[in-house]
Design a protein around this ligand. Sequence first.
Ligand SMILES: C[S@@+](CC[C@H](N)C(=O)[O-])C[C@H]1O[C@@H](n2cnc3c(N)ncnc32)[C@H](O)[C@@H]1O
Length: 598
Amino acid sequence: MASSKVCKERFDAAVTYLGAIGIQRETVSPVLTNLLELYDHNWEFIEADDFRVLTDAIFDEPDRKEEQQRQANKRKNLDSDHCKKKLKIKHHSRKPTSKVRVNEKRELAEAPLQQEAGPQTVCATGNTLQLSSSRLPIEETGMEINVLKDTLTDEDSSALSLQGQELPTFETPLAVMCPPVQDSSHQRAYNDAHNKSIIELDYTYSEPRESGMLQIVPAMDFLPKPSVPNQAGSSCMPPNNSMIHGGICPSSATAGEQSSSSNMLVIAKPKGPAHDVNDITKGEEHVRIPIINEGGNGILPPPFHYIPRNITFQNAYVSLSLARIGDDNCCSDCFGDCLAEPIPCACAAETGGDFAYTRDGLLKEEFLNSCLSVLPKFYCKICSRERVKIVNSESPNAKVNPCKGHPIRKFIKECWSKCGCARNCGNRVVQRGISRHLQVFLTPGEKGWGLRAAEELPWGAFICEYVGEILTNNELYERNNQMVSNGKHTYPTLLDADWVTEDVLEDDHALCLDGTFYGNVARFINHRCSDANLIVIPVEIETPDHHYYHPAFFTTRQIKPFEELIWDYGLDFDDVNHPVEAFKCCCGSEFCQDKRNI
Ligand SMILES: C[S@@+](CC[C@H](N)C(=O)[O-])C[C@H]1O[C@@H](n2cnc3c(N)ncnc32)[C@H](O)[C@@H]1O
């Protein structure tokens, strides 16, 4: 067991942590003492996940005491109808003031909620919900959950009416948490800290390709308007740290004004991490990137894990080896800013002996122009994209189609850890991450979500790199097959800029990045045929062999504030087998390649 000094330090650390979210030492100490006894001073367990066990125990404490009281009352044979004092969800004859509409494509899951004949009442105690009466209507074309306000009795703190014929079935039972009854600031802090919503409904969400949004389209008009306007006048911007599951916009329930029942928040909770609408990166980048939905309908992008750097999914081979970086691939003798030196160092060799960047961190005009010119294509003998189909085919007669070609791109090589220069060396741009002000926004057309500038951007400015899971071609093929069989698609980009150097690539060297489940804001960049305002340039940072590299987006012209950032995916709209789904293009370009638009 740890020494008493260490224990005291750990005790104080716990008190300080909980203090930071507004919970007093007097509240923490007895619960922590109990827990230590209960778990035999297993500090690791108590400290895990930001003191989750302790935080849960503190918020369960009122329930525990209440249960003790209830048992005591029972023993004394007293009337203990506590449900009357709790949140009620009940059949109500009044006209509902607000509705949550659920689109007919919503998947209703197998596990039915327990149903009883006759009216039922729902009592919520703390975070749990007991259904004893409610009815949810499911129309043929949709489902309505009517959320009532002004339905409080003197005893009630808020009420929710689920009106209709029968209870629907959900994958997980509905979970309802009433607005904080005893200690709202603590509960709010806890919700923020542990990413809990006030009321959560499970749902499934649509593929962005269909509409760029979830298929549950709740009208949250009963929720007060946000208190913090954003630059673009969005109606979907709550104060700091509003963690919201994809689907609907946050509201006052996280905005801190919870005095009336109308502040009840209903959140459709998808499978996946919640979004912070103030910063989709959740602090992973140097700048905050908010989610803007000017439609005021509260819809958010489907959930995904925000990652600022690529992560290998499973089999991809990415060689991160200092030994493989030779003297001609780094500048160990440099110091400070390589761009300030009169003679370019070895790291400029990749770009013909001259650096690609200006001292302002922009692409040099000449370099950018050469990237923008029509690129020659390389055709593989046996294309890895085709081979993967044969390898996975059950038919012995499956044929290898000819390679469709891969544009031969110019690489930029940045200085890196084996170089002697400083972190702020001018030849380190992409590796320093996003620095421009950006927004993820719901496009007004059919493209779903997009990325836009929140400031004026100059020509040749770095925006972001394409980040995702590093997959082998084979893994992408398998993932695509699985997704397509579920009517979904992936968001991959092939790392094929250097396939030209090898006739036949080993599968674990033919890589791609998939931003579907893990990605950064690049996963929101929409396609534009030909005249896009972004170009993607392969950037070598830590791996000289170019099987793996960083596809980085740069502006191809000056960008106005709030202009959408778009990139030419290089799609062949006739190629039905391309790993990127050939959607019906709505880019609006006069050079649109989608023949369906002609
Ligand atoms: C990488 S994602 C871009 C973000 C996406 N719009 C979203 O809502 O998450 C690519 C998908 O966006 C949609 N998309 C992108 N560009 C488009 C365009 N020009 N026309 C129609 N849909 C587009 C397509 O559904 C495509 O599969």
